[in-house]
Design a protein around this ligand. Structure first.
Ligand SMILES: [Zn+2]
Ligand SMILES: [Zn+2]
Length: 242
């Protein structure tokens, strides 16, 4: 399954055939599902070498005319500018050597890799690779990972959150119940009072629930009372009883 190419795969399959021909026959019908050499190169492009260019072209075809994301566009432009100081030498077989100042970097277009590592890691050709791409009159967009093409970018953010069924409808599973974390007691006496929100009135404010001794109205006391006496206030129920 770890075979990167058909030769190694064939050798491995021979061994399996010797063990059980039925298994080998079955495995051979679905190579792309278990053997690395048949994996979709769009998923792990760095690791495929066999028939890579054909697969690469087939995979990138739908993305050819897709615009790059803003980030990728900026990176390509920036690295294009830097690529002017690099010099590429073709080595044949899709391999190149690019000199940048006094350092040489090996480039392989088929695996989209450069000795500097930037291409593999970022998914966007480095300045060395761009030098080769421009020299070969190729389109740099074809060498940028599809992850940076608008189609993939939109797909990533296109999905919505799926509605969920009631827990009683969930499939059975035998996993341990996850418990809440153990609460560690903080230093000091625990606070008794709930912390009030910034817009909540403080308890100490008296203006709303103070009762006047003269007129028995709420909101002021007898010293600031503007009503004449107990009988003149509007809340007469208490006054009537007195
Ligand atoms: Zn490079
Ligand atoms: Zn009053």
């Amino acid at each position: 399954a770890n075979a990167h190419n058909e030769y190694v795969y064939g050798k491995a399959l021979e061994k399996i055939t010797a063990h059980d021909p039925n298994v080998a026959a079955y495995l051979d019908t679905c190579q792309e599902q278990w053997s690395r050499h048949m994996f979709d190169p769009a998923v792990c492009c760095d690791h495929n070498t066999t028939n890579f260019v054909e697969s690469f072209n087939a995979c990138t075809k739908p993305y050819r005319d897709m615009p790059l994301t803003e980030y990728a566009k900026k990176e390509v432009d920036e690295r294009t500018g830097e690529s002017r100081f690099c010099y590429a030498t073709a080595c044949g077989g899709g391999e190149f050597e690019v000199r940048d100042a006094h350092v040489n970097f090996p480039i392989r277009l088929s695996t989209r890799s450069c000795g500097c590592g930037k291409w593999q890691i970022s998914g966007i050709p480095c300045k060395h690779a761009l030098r080769v791409i421009y020299d070969q009159r190729l389109n740099p967009i074809d060498f940028v990972s599809p992850f940076f093409k608008s189609a993939a970018y939109k797909l990533t953010y296109a999905d919505h959150v799926h509605p969920m069924s009631d827990p009683t409808q969930w499939p059975n599973f035998s996993l341990p119940t996850i418990q809440p974390p153990v609460i560690k007691r903080q230093a000091g006496r625990p606070a008794k009072k709930r912390k009030k929100g910034p817009n909540e009135p403080r308890k100490g404010k008296r203006n709303s629930n103070v009762k006047c001794g003269k007129c028995r109205e709420f909101g002021h006391n007898s010293r600031t009372c503007k009503n004449g006496g107990p009988s003149t206030g509007p809340s007469t129920s208490a006054a009537a009883g007195a």
